[in-house]
Structures are given as C-alpha cells and as structure tokens.
Write a protein that binds this ligand. Sequence first.
Ligand SMILES: [Zn+2]
Ligand SMILES: [Zn+2]
Length: 177
Amino acid sequence: MPSILVVPVGAMGDLDLTALSEPLNEVFRLPVSIHIGSPLDPQAAFDTFRNQYNSTLILTRLLDRYGQHDGKVLGVTMNDLFVPVLTYVFGEAQLSGTAAVVSAHRLMEEFYGLTPDPAMEHDRLLKESVHELGHTFGLVHCHEPECVMRSSNAVEDIDLKDVGMCDRCRSLMEGTA
Ligand SMILES: [Zn+2]
Ligand SMILES: [Zn+2]
C-alpha cells in the first residue's frame, strides 16, 4: 500500500518530525511513516558561494536513496534552500512525481529576530509540507486565497493559508474533477 515517508535531511535540531505524521495522514488519507536513523546527508547539495543548499540536488539525493518507495517521499530540512533563479525557496517538489523537500529554516520566528513560536512554526511547516506533497500528486498553484496550494513568497503568505486544499484542488487530487 502506498505511503508517505518523511525523511530528515541534515541535522534536525529541536524539530520534531513525528508531529507531522497525524496531520499529513488526515490530509492525504495515506499512512505516514517517519524515517528513523541517520538523516540524509545534504552536503552534496551545498553551494559554498551562496551558503545555501540547492533544493533540486536534494530531490535527486532523495530519489537516489528512496526512489523505489511505494508512495511519496518528503525530505524535511533545517537548512536554507535555493534554486538558481531565486533567492530562496520554502521547498521544491517533482510535479506528479515521488519526491518533495521542505525547509523549516525561514519558517522559524527566530530567523526574523522574533521570539520562537513553536505552534505557529509547526503550522507553517505542515502547510508547506502539504503544499509540496500536493505538487507530487499533480496539483499546480491555486489562486484561492486560503488554499494550501496557493504559492507563498513569504511567511506572511503561509500564515494566511489553510492546512488543507480548496474543494477544487481536492477533487483534482482525488481524480474526481
Ligand atoms: Zn508550489
Ligand atoms: Zn486550491
């Protein structure tokens, strides 16, 4: 049976990936398992000039190791991610593919010089995880203001979204549209 495998990428610090398990299961209605053991080493994706990690190369690494997984693979990292044309990304995914990656780096209040807010940071990570996994299920960006598939350029955008998809995106994902 297909499942969603959540894989730590690099050092996780205080981030608790098990908290993603139940809410991801609720949205996608698939079993969710958290990879136990050593995290995926992101070093091959590190760009010394930008001091950031290339998200596309992390997707490649995830596929090298977990490409045979039946279902979806979500990498989660504390490292800052980029794609060459953008200053940073919250995540990246293969459209209608297997792998997705999200970064908690810019979801933390501390990154903006603010007091940590674990509940808010958890919500942001969950929304971005659902968003990137949504791409692996074939969903593209949505214009509904509260839909999780709306694209976010800043954390403020993420905070305005719901954890779930709008009715249209959900039926597209479930193949009933
Ligand atoms: Zn997106
Ligand atoms: Zn939508």
